[in-house]
Write a protein that binds this ligand. Structure first.
Ligand SMILES: *[C@@H]1O[C@H](CO)[C@@H](O)[C@H](O)[C@H]1NC(C)=O
Ligand SMILES: *[C@@H]1O[C@H](CO)[C@@H](O)[C@H](O)[C@H]1NC(C)=O
Ligand SMILES: *[C@@H]1O[C@H](CO)[C@@H](O)[C@H](O)[C@H]1NC(C)=O
Ligand SMILES: *[C@@H]1O[C@H](CO)[C@@H](O)[C@H](O)[C@H]1NC(C)=O
Ligand SMILES: *[C@@H]1O[C@H](CO)[C@@H](O)[C@H](O)[C@H]1NC(C)=O
Ligand SMILES: *[C@@H]1O[C@H](CO)[C@@H](O)[C@H](O)[C@H]1NC(C)=O
Ligand SMILES: *[C@@H]1O[C@H](CO)[C@@H](O)[C@H](O)[C@H]1NC(C)=O
Ligand SMILES: *[C@@H]1O[C@H](CO)[C@@H](O)[C@H](O)[C@H]1NC(C)=O
Ligand SMILES: *[C@@H]1O[C@H](CO)[C@@H](O)[C@H](O)[C@H]1NC(C)=O
Ligand SMILES: *[C@@H]1O[C@H](CO)[C@@H](O)[C@H](O)[C@H]1NC(C)=O
Ligand SMILES: CC(=O)N[C@H]1CO[C@H](CO)[C@@H](O)[C@@H]1O
Length: 359
């Protein structure tokens, strides 16, 4: 993905400089309940002082630190100016779409002045994921890391680390991200961000408020406003094996990071064109798919002018969003949902619905 693509994502990615565990005694204990207080707070970066929505006045927000298989309660108290939802990106949440978070797919907004407790059910995930708002463009400022330690607290490599740091890479918009959202919602190409941040900081701006280090806006024009209604959801029975071919058919401006909720999937293969679209050909391309050791992912970058093939077992009953992770593309409707039916037993059906926010 080119750097301009990254800018517009509004965020992306964590890294452990070195990691986990030295010995049990040094492992911070896992807190199984977190209080997230959403509120507007002033931040000054890049010569701009602005109010923005954050969790606990923190940008990035608090880190969630758990062990594999934990269940965590997050009490969200929305003292901000508008409604939000929160998604636990890459956490499969078996049988529990109720706490997955995408606005208008699994829940209504947590309205300003109200609370919502989400139960985050970890299963086989290990490593680093992230949580982020999943409504409008609030994700740009409402996000944080999730660190999932192995259940036996062992570091997976023979060389032990000297220390551990979580790095959260994000974007900084000088303007209010809701203004940027409005631009996208009007089907115009929204402004790109003004800078990148690492753990909320832009870099060394002590000398002057110059433009040093800021990327320029050479972002190509996106879709020009062809609207359509009628995205259909995909209905599946539990345990069906699903293969999805993502086929890029646009003008190839950028790769599309396609994210699937509720499941991890195997990336079997992908193909990219340079100037014209390369279509997946079932006859000729299926032989080249990697069925031996494909990577297991929750988001795949579909190459521009190209395709990607994924496969997974629909083993999680519920409603699960599938969408491009570029904010403006979600705004423009590049999304659908997977509805996986209940199994035949209680254990293979969705959990009972908790009390959900009302619309
Ligand atoms: C967030 O702030 C609230 C109240 O200010 C506090 O009780 C809570 O512990 C904080 N949460 C985290 C995760 O730091
Ligand atoms: C940012 O603006 C707010 C509101 O005017 C003010 O209270 C705060 O001191 C300002 N911050 C900085 C760093 O100037
Ligand atoms: C939200 O939770 C906070 C902290 O527990 C509580 O003080 C407040 O009354 C709750 N608000 C509502 C609307 O329930
Ligand atoms: C979006 O369009 C509406 C209606 O045309 C207009 O009132 C509004 O100013 C536009 N917003 C932006 C950010 O361009
Ligand atoms: C920040 O920039 C100033 C001026 O260029 C320089 O003197 C200072 O050492 C830099 N600080 C850091 C932490 O890099
Ligand atoms: C969209 O773009 C195409 C190709 O650039 C152009 O032919 C068409 O007129 C544009 N449509 C609108 C509504 O601007
Ligand atoms: C989409 O559906 C809404 C509600 O039925 C309607 O108002 C709107 O005109 C439709 N848009 C298009 C592009 O068909
Ligand atoms: C799901 O199972 C039902 C009942 O066995 C069957 O009729 C239906 O065709 C199945 N749906 C799909 C998408 O396979
Ligand atoms: C796929 O490739 C085969 C073999 O080259 C070709 O005959 C066929 O037309 C291609 N299919 C499509 C849809 O392009
Ligand atoms: C699936 O199971 C849950 C929990 O038993 C139940 O509430 C829900 O109505 C079921 N859904 C369907 C479509 O049968
Ligand atoms: C016709 C055309 O646009 N060709 C371009 C295809 O892409 C290559 C590599 O990016 C360019 O060098 C060509 O000019």
């Amino acid at each position: 993905m080119g750097k301009m693509g990254l800018i517009n994502i509004g965020f992306l990615g964590f890294m452990f400089m070195s990691s986990l565990i030295l010995c049990k005694a040094q492992v911070p204990s896992t807190s199984l309940e977190y209080n997230f207080v959403l509120e507007e707070s002033y931040f000054q970066r890049h010569c701009t002082n602005k109010s923005m929505l954050t969790v606990n006045r923190s940008f990035p927000g608090p880190e969630i630190r758990v062990h594999k298989g934990d269940t965590v309660k997050v009490h969200v108290q929305n003292n901000g100016d508008y409604g939000v939802t929160i998604h636990w990106h890459g956490v499969k949440q078996p049988r529990n779409p109720w706490s997955d978070g995408p606005e208008a797919v699994t829940q209504c907004l947590i309205q300003s002045g109200s609370n919502f407790t989400q139960e985050i059910i970890f299963s086989d995930e290990e490593g680093t994921l992230w949580w982020h708002a999943h409504s409008d463009w609030t994700r740009a400022t409402v996000h944080g890391a999730i660190a999932i330690l192995p259940d036996d607290d062992t570091y997976p490599f023979s060389t032990q680390p000297d220390g551990e740091e979580t790095l959260v890479l994000a974007s900084w918009y000088d303007e209010d991200v809701m203004t940027v959202y409005d631009q996208a919602a009007n089907y115009t190409e929204p402004d790109v961000s003004d800078a990148f941040t690492i753990n909320g900081l832009i870099g060394n701006y002590t000398s002057s408020c110059s433009n040093d280090g800021v990327y320029t806006t050479d972002f190509p024009l996106g879709p020009n406003g062809t609207l359509s209604n009628g995205t259909r959801v995909i209905m599946l029975n539990l345990s069906e094996v699903v293969e999805i071919v993502f086929q890029g058919t646009d003008d190839g401006a950028e790769d599309h990071p396609m994210h699937v909720h509720g499941h991890s999937f195997y990336l079997l293969g992908s193909g990219a064109g340079t100037n014209t679209t390369v279509y997946y050909n079932e006859t000729t391309d299926s032989d080249s798919l990697n069925l031996a050791d494909p990577p297991l992912l929750n988001t795949v970058s579909v190459p521009k002018y190209g395709w990607a093939v994924i496969r997974f077992v629909a083993n999680n009953p519920g409603v699960w969003f599938i969408h491009c992770h570029l904010e403006r593309h979600v705004t423009w409707g590049m999304a659908t949902a997977l509805i996986v039916g209940n199994g035949t037993t209680v254990e293979t059906s969705m959990l009972a619905s908790p009390k959900m926010p009302t619309c």
